[in-house]
Design a binder for this molecule. Structure first.
Ligand SMILES: Nc1ncnc2c1ncn2[C@@H]1O[C@H](COP(=O)(O)OP(=O)(O)OP(=O)(O)O)[C@@H](O)[C@H]1O
Length: 242
């Protein structure tokens, strides 16, 4: 297999020649209110690790942090930098759209489109608009990931016709088809039964070893932490405590 290798994010010269940039440099604040409740997200971390795991209890702010990094939630204050690129900087008025951050996002429930085939789901990430989901059906990138994840025979199936593991592979393929520079994973194994969870962990680890893609995972599963937590960040009540 020969996946296009994403550029290494680490140790890139910082803009302005101020020395070496860390891979991750995140410091954000966001106040949310709704239904009479308020939540204050105040997250800051720096990391040079290839694999970062953000863990903590339910309601701690993990998903909000991931959404902000992905460009799906705009913080009130702070900055988000990756590999020397500034994705968000409130003070400087920078807010790169999600697409130009070049990241692959694996959603907790995989968020596959039920009416599209496996092939169309994978290819969807390549679309420029919402029209004509099958237009790029034959693209090389889609074919590459269909083969890499042994989904070739299922190319014409729809998500409900797949097993949990196959669904996850489709979602991963969709996240990878645009050659992201980093993979964001939201509780990637929580939708799987325990036996399959172990196998899919092995698969993900082998994939990451092979393509050397940096990743940031959120989870509350200690097994994920043990396996992927090269750098572990504990978040509770909206703040990283270590
Ligand atoms: N739009 C919103 N308005 C108000 N509060 C919100 C909003 N979105 C999320 N929250 C609150 O922010 C907190 C953090 O939510 P978040 O989804 O980041 O938690 P989490 O750590 O990912 O939890 P889980 O592990 O259960 O997914 C929760 O208490 C949630 O209720």
């Amino acid at each position: 297999m020969n996946p296009a290798r994403p550029p290494e994010g680490a140790r890139i010269e910082a803009a302005g020649g101020e020395g070496l940039a860390v891979r991750w440099d995140v410091a954000i604040r966001k106040r949310l209110s709704g239904g009479g409740r308020q939540f204050e997200l105040n997250v800051a971390f720096q990391s040079d690790a290839q694999r970062v795991v953000l863990y903590g209890p339910s309601g701690a702010g993990k998903s909000l942090t991931l959404q902000a990094i992905a460009g799906l939630l705009k913080p009130d204050h702070g900055h988000i930098r990756f590999g020397g690129q500034t994705w968000f900087d409130a003070a400087a008025g920078v807010n790169q759209p999600a697409r130009s951050r070049r990241l692959g996002y694996l959603f907790q429930d995989y968020a596959l489109f039920p009416h599209l085939t496996v092939q169309q789901n994978i290819g969807f990430g390549l679309q420029r608009g919402w029209l004509n989901p099958g237009a790029r059906r034959g693209s090389e990138a889609v074919q590459h990931w269909l083969q890499a994840f042994e989904l070739g025979e299922m190319a014409g199936q729809r998500p409900h016709q797949l097993s949990g593991g196959q669904r996850q592979r489709v979602a991963l393929a969709r996240a990878l088809v645009n050659q992201p520079q980093v993979l964001l994973l939201d509780e990637p194994f929580s939708a799987l039964d325990p036996a399959l969870r172990g196998r899919m962990r092995d698969e993900l680890q082998a994939l990451l070893d092979r393509i050397k893609l940096p990743m940031l995972m959120i989870t509350h599963d200690p097994e994920d932490l043990a396996r992927f937590g090269e750098h572990r960040l504990l978040i509770s009540s909206g703040t990283i405590s270590r």
